[in-house]
Write a protein of this length. Structure first.
Length: 273
């Protein structure tokens, strides 16, 4: 979908995730488009997506993005969530009249990096079972071994880290051991972080895996795609950038320092009204 010729320069880029993992994508977008106004929408009321059914995720994501875009009139939506993208990206694009950029597991670059031919993939339980991942594997890693492991505890660990809490080392160890224990796991030399939360734990994962394993995620590529679609557009910040949550609670206040460090000084709760 293409944008009209005249775009309101104050129209924001909307980033959407189930939680705060999409901040890893926002960080890369800021590098390429520092002047672009941004609204970061976190569906904390629906977190986690990885334990929901495909029908539940699709209905929730499409419904929420429909309401949020109607209210905020963004120029582009970036679904900064692998689970939401692998399940609902096509449906969202059918509904919205603006460009929609998704987030998919970085299997293609991992396949180019591996020397052993064994690639790990950490994601939510919902992401790792998707046909979308099957298609990526068939297209880009047909001659490789792809080991998939669902690591829902890493989402909680990443959210805790952003609140200034030491992430649970058992969650990291469980994910690494889960991959290593699979047939061929000891030969793994590339790991796809197929959840935008997981790069927040890159230091912890790298320490557990060792230096011989390369971590791969798609945030830089997503940012480049967003920048390409918005090339030549004018940007103007009429107000400070906003972090928008779907549920209020004490956990939001504890995220405020982190959100401000990502250029999101304002926090609000999205009302369905």
């Amino acid at each position: 979908m293409t944008l009209p010729d005249r775009i309101d320069p104050t129209a924001p880029v909307l980033l959407f995730d189930s939680g705060v993992g999409g901040l890893t994508v926002l960080r890369e977008i800021r590098q390429l488009l520092p002047d672009a106004p941004v609204v970061y929408a976190a569906d904390n009321a629906g977190l986690p997506y990885g334990t929901k059914t495909e029908a539940q995720v699709a209905a929730r994501v499409c419904g929420l993005l429909g309401r949020i875009t109607e209210r905020l009139q963004p120029r582009l939506v970036c679904i900064a969530c692998n689970t939401a993208s692998t399940i609902a990206l096509g449906m969202v694009r059918d509904v919205l009249e603006i460009p929609v950029v998704g987030t998919v597991p970085a299997i293609k670059p991992a396949a180019a990096l591996t020397r052993s031919g064994v690639i790990g993939l950490l994601g939510t339980e919902a992401t790792i079972r998707q046909d979308y991942v099957d298609r990526l594997e068939a297209e880009f890693a047909q001659d490789k071994t792809l080991l998939r492991y669902g690591a829902p505890r890493l989402v909680e660990a990443a959210e805790a880290k952003l609140r200034g809490v030491t992430p649970d080392p058992d969650a990291v160890r469980e994910a690494v051991d889960g991959l290593r224990s699979m047939p061929g796991g000891e030969a793994m030399d590339a790991l796809v972080l197929a959840c935008t939360h997981f790069p927040l734990l890159a230091d912890e994962l790298q320490a557990a895996l060792g230096p011989e394993v390369r971590l791969v995620h798609g945030a830089e590529g997503i940012a480049r795609q967003v920048a390409r679609l918005l090339a030549g557009q004018m940007f103007e910040r009429a107000r400070p950038d906003l972090a928008l949550f779907t549920a209020d609670g004490p956990g939001i206040a504890s995220l405020a320092p982190c959100l401000e460090s990502y250029g999101l000084p304002n926090i609000d709760v999205f009302s369905k009204r």
